[in-house]
Design a protein around this ligand. Structure first.
Ligand SMILES: NC(=O)c1ccc[n+]([C@@H]2O[C@H](COP(=O)([O-])OP(=O)(O)OC[C@H]3O[C@@H](n4cnc5c(N)ncnc54)[C@H](O)[C@@H]3O)[C@@H](O)[C@H]2O)c1
Length: 307
């Protein structure tokens, strides 16, 4: 498969590396900065003999090279700088997203778009709107990352292997992330049976603040290892048509009583994109929080119309 990664910053370049290492397809890395994607692609190709992957990566500034892509991962965007309001960031990244969509979709009309740029929920909505693509072919990455962070924090807290921990977060990326205590398990035992309520809430809050914790430590830029791993897991599910159930920012069409809005829900991913939104057994409280998160996203997306 041909997979384009738009934006060759930290998330874009590490995503390209992971996709190559997993042998998932021919990768095209593109950016507006001249020579940057070309230099990164050359570096990645030179690593191929050592790593043992195919050097199937092209770096470019020309969208003609992205034509015929099966999957397009969009990581182009600016992080928030001191003094910038959320609306300022929204305005700038909305401009970048519109620019990218207008250039990448004509040559790849059948592609699946995976949105990574922040603010994630709004950018996913905008990409769907501007591309006009069927909504099952446009979705965002956040839930895999938030769930991975939660799984790591649980494993660290209990001193167990991360592979023993299952957990999923839904809703929005950030404050209105919905944690599902009953669906978090360690070696099959529900988490609430293993830790007290205070610990549970501390783990969930650390997950909600997971991005900010990394930003504060890095001082410059935001997380990219776990984000790129999360994108690669989504791409792998599509390429392998595995129907793996992953939490993604997907267009709800009545599931959980939520309609016509992007929201973080578990979805089976395959060659068609979101093949099915999976309805977990949620209790009234969990359902109320998920619906609240969806209404929050609906309101945020309405902000786009005021730009
Ligand atoms: N969804 C998530 O969970 C998640 C996680 C991490 C990062 N992010 C977001 O991903 C985005 C990228 O993060 P990063 O750390 O790679 O940032 P970065 O600054 O390292 O890279 C962004 C790249 O986008 C490029 N770019 C800007 N405008 C462009 C355009 N019009 N066309 C093509 N490329 C363009 C820049 O030149 C830069 O190389 C940010 O918006 C960040 O907030 C989201």
């Amino acid at each position: 498969m041909k997979i384009t990664v738009v934006g060759s910053g930290f998330v874009g370049q590490t995503t390209a590396m992971r996709l190559l290492q997993k042998g998932l397809g021919d990768i095209v890395l593109i950016d507006i900065i001249e020579d940057l994607p070309q230099g990164l692609a050359l570096d990645l190709k030179e690593a191929a003999p050592v790593e043992g992957y195919e050097p199937s990566v092209t770096g470019t500034n020309d969208y003609a090279d992205t034509a015929g892509s099966d999957i397009v991962v969009i990581t182009a965007g600016l992080p928030r700088k001191p003094g910038m309001s959320r609306m300022d960031l929204l305005g700038m990244n909305a401009g970048i997203m519109s620019d990218v969509i207008s250039k990448v979709t004509p040559g790849s009309p059948n592609a699946i778009l995976i949105i990574v740029s922040n603010p994630l929920d709004e950018m996913t909505f905008l990409a769907a709107d501007k591309s006009g693509f069927p909504k099952e072919r446009v979705f965002g990455m956040a839930g895999v990352l938030d769930s991975a962070r939660l799984r790591y924090f649980i494993a660290e807290e209990l001193g167990v292997s991360t592979s023993a921990v299952e957990a999923m977060t839904l809703g929005s990326h950030g404050d209105s992330m919905v944690a599902l205590p009953r669906h978090a398990t360690v070696n099959g035992t529900p988490l609430p049976e293993l830790v007290d309520e205070e610990t549970l809430q501390r783990l969930f809050q650390r997950t909600r603040d997971g991005g900010a914790e990394i930003v504060a430590l890095l001082k410059k830029g935001s997380a990219f290892y776990a984000p790129s791993a999360s994108v690669a897991a989504m791409v792998q599910a599509i390429v392998e048509d595995s129907q793996a159930e992953l939490p993604v920012c997907a267009w709800a069409t009545g599931q959980y009583g939520i309609s016509d809005v992007y929201v973080g829900v578990p979805a089976a991913l395959g060659r068609k994109g979101v093949e099915e939104i999976v309805e977990l057994d949620l209790n009234d409280d969990e359902l109320a929080k998920l619906r609240e998160a969806a209404e929050g996203i609906r309101a945020k997306c309405a902000d786009l119309a005021t730009l």
